[in-house]
Write a protein that binds this ligand. Structure first.
Ligand SMILES: Cc1cc2nc3c(=O)[nH]c(=O)nc-3n(C[C@H](O)[C@H](O)[C@H](O)COP(=O)(O)O)c2cc1C
Ligand code: SF4
Length: 680
């Protein structure tokens, strides 16, 4: 049946017909192994191809030279042994109906001098990049000669690997550093006028085009307005592009802005709490000025916005990159009329921050992404008999357990003490800037209802309520409560970050927020307090602020803290709180680095020290269980059913997941649930 949906219309890109307008734009999830796109990498892209994407771009910032060492797991296009891996990937993706290209780059200064082969980094000028802190050397003619050849050889490897094309990365790396007046301060024949600044980039394009021939597609992902003092403006960018098209560029992927600092990068890849599709109108204006295909991605999160962009002719190909990290089956669901079942990208940017925090990209609420080797994106019905299951708690862990067990075909009852689902996510989403987090909850509740899960809110389930259901399986996902036990005195004198987020805290005067967790909780509370008029001092025993909050999420907090004059104190530990002569709390601080303790007389002390598990119910249920709570880790990791039997008299299996086990995060809670329940 033909569809009239503009998103599902095919598109001709040179000789290539894309089956629809939806693209996964270049991004490096750090799934490569030894710099190669091996099975994990291939399956990640194959999932999207099976999920209906028109074009998937691999190799975000794949590097062409050894003096462009990986800064976050980039693919090594300078090695010949990459070709067979590319070939396997492209064959599979093609067979699933999608096209595939690779982004190709030399990182210039946007990496480290102290990694890979430890070759000195090169750049047009000796300018340090704030985000990666490297001091580059000024590129010499012989550097540029070999880098041009490296670009050519990398493009040939992509072609030989069966890819449909490549995309040159032209924002924040070496290629564009030459054409931007902000970064090219040279006084030789490669600096100064526009013509001179474009000489090196033009050489690169010409060399590649001459080598790959006319049929191989070459695109460019370029900042068309750098929003940088002395940077590239729109008219100059268009002028450059006209030359690049003349030299062999086939399409433009539009970027607006620059990525030289965390703040600027966060603006280019906008997160929750920022306007949707901020550069769409800008893209439309460029499209009207150009006669090559135009692609663009930046927080086009939902199908309606993507459809509008194509229908109004603001672009030809719409990037929905994080949306397909969250749901690689986005296009398939759209085509099947199941738009409402698409797992939403909530814009948490955990995917990006996780690369630096835990080594590779992870979607905050889709643990199967990047784990296609072991976890399914589509839950199949269980081949085993239907079981009566009780899930206690409707936070992220409990909701995921309910969703998955329901899809497996089991009968599921969920008890939740509160009158609404969400647990700690509901608290976090009370920050106006992070309200979209609630999408994680809403999607799961809707999905669980599809499979008939019975939610019982306002029910504080004890052993009696659970056993009354005569369950075969009980999953305890009761979460945790804030931990104040680290204080040697004054637990009753402090508030915790939950009190701030749930609104039970009256904001006034001087507030000391103590963060010994290092993640979003204390940052959220501080932001909320400061914006409501409190004078806040944020104290941490760490040597940096919130080490668990990455470069994509920090900028918004830091902007709020700077605007509201939040004081940051590093390397001090809160040990106790007493009451001062004026009745106000006194915070007692010590440092591992100094012998002089500090006292802070404030109106309120707020603490964040993770949670203590709510595990009473679990331990009460333990004696009646067949497995006595034991998890067979080997089976869990292999995706096999749990079969431990330690108690012949036990009448049900018992497991606990999420913060009911120990204080962790949303991703960990959902991952616990998915891998346990998908094998049940
Ligand atoms: C994990 C991750 C890694 C990324 N790496 C790159 C990269 O190497 N090169 C690039 O041009 N863009 C990169 N991006 C940006 C994406 O291509 C895209 O522009 C961005 O996610 C905004 O589009 P979206 O809102 O559809 O996600 C990355 C994005 C993510 C989520
Ligand atoms: S982590 Fe957040 S921003 Fe990234 S894909 Fe998942 S929902 Fe989207």
């Amino acid at each position: 049946m033909r569809t009239l949906d503009p998103l599902l219309q095919d598109f001709r890109l040179k000789h290539l017909t894309l089956r629809n307008r939806v693209v996964s734009t270049s991004h490096e999830p750090a799934y490569g192994e030894d710099g190669m796109p091996k099975d994990r990498y291939r399956l990640y892209h194959l999932e999207k191809a099976r999920g209906g994407v028109g074009l998937t771009m691999i190799g975000g910032s794949a590097v062409v030279s050894p003096d462009s060492p990986p800064s976050f797991g980039n693919l090594l296009l300078y090695r010949d042994d990459i070709v067979p891996w590319l070939r396997r990937l492209s064959d599979d993706v093609h067979e699933a109906g999608a096209a595939v290209m690779c982004q190709v780059t030399h990182l210039g200064r946007r990496t480290s001098n102290f990694t890979g082969d430890w070759l000195p980094l090169v750049y047009p000028s000796r300018l340090r990049e704030p985000a990666h802190r490297a001091f580059p050397k000024v590129a010499e003619p012989w550097d540029l000669d070999r880098i041009v050849a490296d670009f050519r050889d990398a493009a040939l490897r992509c072609r030989d690997g069966g890819l449909d094309g490549i995309e040159l990365m032209a924002y924040g790396h070496l290629f564009d550093a030459f054409h931007s007046p902000a970064t090219n301060h040279r006084s030789d024949e490669l600096g100064g006028t526009l013509e001179r600044r474009m000489a090196f980039p033009r050489r690169v394009i010409q060399e590649i085009r001459a080598a790959v021939g006319p049929d191989f597609i070459i695109g460019i992902r370029m900042s068309m307005e750098e929003d940088l003092a002395g940077g590239l403006g729109r008219e100059e960018a268009l002028e450059l592009l006209r030359h690049y098209v003349h030299d062999g560029i086939d399409f433009l992927s539009v970027i607006k802005g620059n990525i030289d600092s965390d703040a600027h990068l966060a603006a280019v890849i906008p997160s929750m709490g920022t306007p949707a599709a901020p550069f769409l109108e800008f893209t439309g204006e460029l499209k009207r000025a150009l006669d090559i295909p135009v692609m663009h991605a930046a927080r086009i999160q939902d199908v309606a916005t993507a459809r509008y962009a194509v229908r109004e002719g603001l672009l030809d190909l719409v990037g929905m990159t994080r949306p397909q990290l969250a749901d690689p089956h986005l296009v398939r669901k759209l085509a099947a009329g199941e738009e409402d079942r698409i797992r939403p990208c909530v814009g948490a940017n955990y995917c990006l921050d996780a690369i630096y925090d835990s080594g590779d990209a992870k979607c905050i609420h889709n643990p199967a992404t990047g784990r296609e080797q072991t976890l399914p994106h589509t839950i199949e019905r269980s081949p085993r008999p239907r079981r009566k299951t009780v899930v206690v708690g409707a936070g992220p862990a409990g909701l995921e357990a309910a969703r998955v067990l329901g899809e497996r075909g089991h009968q599921v009852v969920v008890f939740e003490a509160a009158d609404a689902p969400g647990g700690q996510i509901r608290l976090a989403a009370s920050s106006p800037r992070r309200a979209d987090l609630i999408g994680i909850v809403d999607w799961r509740v809707t999905e669980a209802k599809h499979s008939g899960v019975d939610f019982r809110y306002g029910t504080l389930a004890g052993t009696k309520e659970v056993l009354a259901e005569e369950p075969d399986l009980v999953v305890v996902a009761t979460g945790g409560t804030p931990d104040r036990s680290f204080l040697t005195a004054g637990q009753e004198l402090v508030m915790d970050t939950w009190d701030v987020m749930d609104g039970s805290f009256r904001t006034h005067g001087d507030v000391l927020v103590y963060d010994d967790n290092g993640t979003e909780q204390a940052m959220d509370a501080t932001e909320l307090l400061a914006t409501r008029g409190a004078r806040v001092e944020l104290v941490t025993p760490e040597r940096q602020l919130a080490p668990g909050v990455g470069s994509m999420n920090s900028p918004a907090y830091l902007a709020a803290f700077t605007e509201h004059d939040v004081t940051i104190t590093l390397a001090y530990r809160l040990t106790a709180v007493t009451r001062g002569a004026d009745g106000r709390p006194v915070a007692h601080l010590v440092s591992d680095y100094a012998d002089h303790p500090l006292e802070r007389h404030v109106d309120q002390v707020v603490v964040e020290h993770g949670t203590l598990p709510n595990d009473d119910l679990y331990f009460e249920l333990l004696p009646g269980s067949s497995n006595l709570g034991e998890v067979d880790h080997e089976a869990l990791l292999a995706g096999s059913p749990q079969t431990v039997n330690r108690n012949a008299a036990g009448s049900y299996q018992l497991f606990r997941i999420g913060d009911a086990v120990n204080s962790r995060n949303i991703h960990a809670a959902i991952y616990d649930a998915l891998r346990l329940c998908t094998a049940t």
